[in-house]
Design a protein. Structure first.
Lengths: 276, 171
């Protein structure tokens, strides 16, 4: 009898452990996409205060580089403008709709929290629904895509980073025109992998990769990175292409949220597809 | 008893803040994740009861989950596992009469070798659960394995440094 009690006393700890572990697993599994963003919204609204303070203290350190980058971009934009002004009707059709109206508008934003070391990285921006940001909008920087907005509060946006092992986005090889999904493999913060490039495609090292513009999340033809390695994937007829990203996710501070102006219209079109 | 809990709470708070403000901002890459806050569980006294250890692990895990923008429950599950097997590892590393003492497990009591075996095995258990749950696939297993080993090494070094900083109390 004594032994039974001793056994139960030992098992009590095991039972407590299993109970608490079960709660932890329940939390993990119930953190599904939607519930998580709802709960997280409240948490991040509280947390973002702290990170805003931190960010305002550290932001000055990188100002010199930011200024140089802005200056460069400004020059490039001036050059482009001059080119367009000199040649009438040279505006690229992709950036403008049929009625001559622009397809995309941009909301400038600053990153207030970011990580690059996890397998599922997220970014918090200082803009929210008050600035017109909504879930499923893309986020870009001057030199590539940053991620996609998953949820917003009034003054904050929660962004799934490109450095997220379960998120794919469509990109295109500029030279050959082949497109495929790009998915981070979780290894380093400046490389990503492009899948499903057909065997017959002549991928070369240092080919440029740009956004495809499918799905209206990102505008087309934004440079993303260059090819640094390409080999045939195991047991398949497709190339697996390793890309060096142009963005340095460790330093990135200023980004733009992409708002596709015909998004609602596109959403009404999607159910029509499903009928076929 | 009351001051003891207050002291533990303060230690917990400091560790979480140090982790969030300093360590998470260090450039370690995706391979090494130094989790200094595990020292909280590792430095609990030899005779600290198992049930409160688990409760502390649960509370601390939740705090870390909320602070580190990860899936809620991830660090909790890993920390709970470490807290659960800690007495089992400690029993094999410490002398029999040390197990009843209310001192913190230190190099002075355990000896250098046994101290490293104790924190090494505990952290290996912690990181294995953490990274297997985080990756949740066997796809890039070699990378996950490297991550587990490097994180265990990095955390062990930090925990040992902290061990010298908190000055183990005399028995």
């Amino acid at each position: 009898m004594k032994n039974v009690f001793r056994l139960l006393a030992g098992a009590r700890i095991l039972m407590l452990f299993m109970l608490l572990e079960a709660v932890a697993f329940l939390l993990i599994t119930s953190s599904s996409y939607y519930q998580q963003s709802v709960v997280m919204n409240q948490l991040y609204a509280a947390r973002s205060f702290w990170h805003k303070q931190w960010n305002s203290a550290t932001q000055y350190v990188g100002l010199k580089e930011v200024n140089e980058a802005l200056n460069e971009e400004n020059t490039a934009l001036h050059n482009m403008l001059a080119q367009y002004q000199s040649t009438p009707n040279a505006l690229p059709g992709t950036a403008f709709g049929t009625a001559g109206k622009p397809l995309f508008s941009y909301i400038p934003a600053t990153i207030i929290d970011n990580s690059v070391t996890k397998q599922h990285n997220y970014i918090v921006l200082n803009v929210g629904s008050a600035n017109g940001v909504a879930p499923d909008m893309g986020v870009i920087a001057d030199n590539g895509i940053v991620g996609v907005v998953t949820s917003v509060t009034e003054h904050c946006a929660f962004v799934k980073s490109l450095l997220h092992t379960n998120w794919r986005c469509n990109v295109r090889l500029m030279r050959t025109g082949d497109f495929g999904p790009m998915e981070w493999d979780g290894i380093t913060h400046n490389e990503s992998v492009l899948y499903d490039i057909p065997e017959h495609s002549s991928v070369q090292i240092s080919d440029t990769v740009v956004t495809s513009g499918f799905s209206g999340i990102f505008p087309p033809n934004i440079p993303v990175g260059v090819v640094i390695d390409s080999h045939q994937a195991k047991r398949s007829n497709f190339h697996e292409v390793r890309i060096r990203l142009f963005i340095d996710f460790k330093k990135i501070q200023h980004v733009r949220v992409v708002s596709f102006l015909y998004r609602d219209e596109l959403q009404t079109l999607k159910p029509l597809f499903d009928e076929y | 008893m009351n001051t003891n809990i207050l002291r533990l709470l303060l230690f917990l708070l400091i560790l979480i803040l140090v982790q969030d403000i300093v360590i998470d901002k260090l450039p370690f890459g995706t391979y090494a994740y130094p989790a200094l806050y595990t020292a909280f569980i590792l430095f609990l006294p030899f005779n600290y009861a198992a049930a409160p250890t688990l409760m502390w692990a649960f509370a601390m895990g939740l705090c870390i989950d909320i602070f580190s923008m990860d899936v809620i429950g991830l660090h909790t599950a890993a920390l709970l596992f470490m807290a659960y097997i800690r007495p089992k590892i400690l029993k094999r590393c410490a002398a029999k009469d040390d197990m009843g003492s209310s001192a913190m497990p230190s190099i002075r009591i355990l000896g250098l070798g046994m101290f490293f075996i104790y924190i090494g095995l505990s952290l290996l258990a912690y990181n294995t659960v953490l990274f297997m749950l985080d990756t949740f696939s066997v796809h890039h297993f070699q990378h996950t394995a490297i991550r587990i080993l490097l994180s265990t090494l990095a955390t062990s070094i930090l925990v040992t440094l902290l061990h010298f900083a908190v000055k183990p109390q005399r028995k």
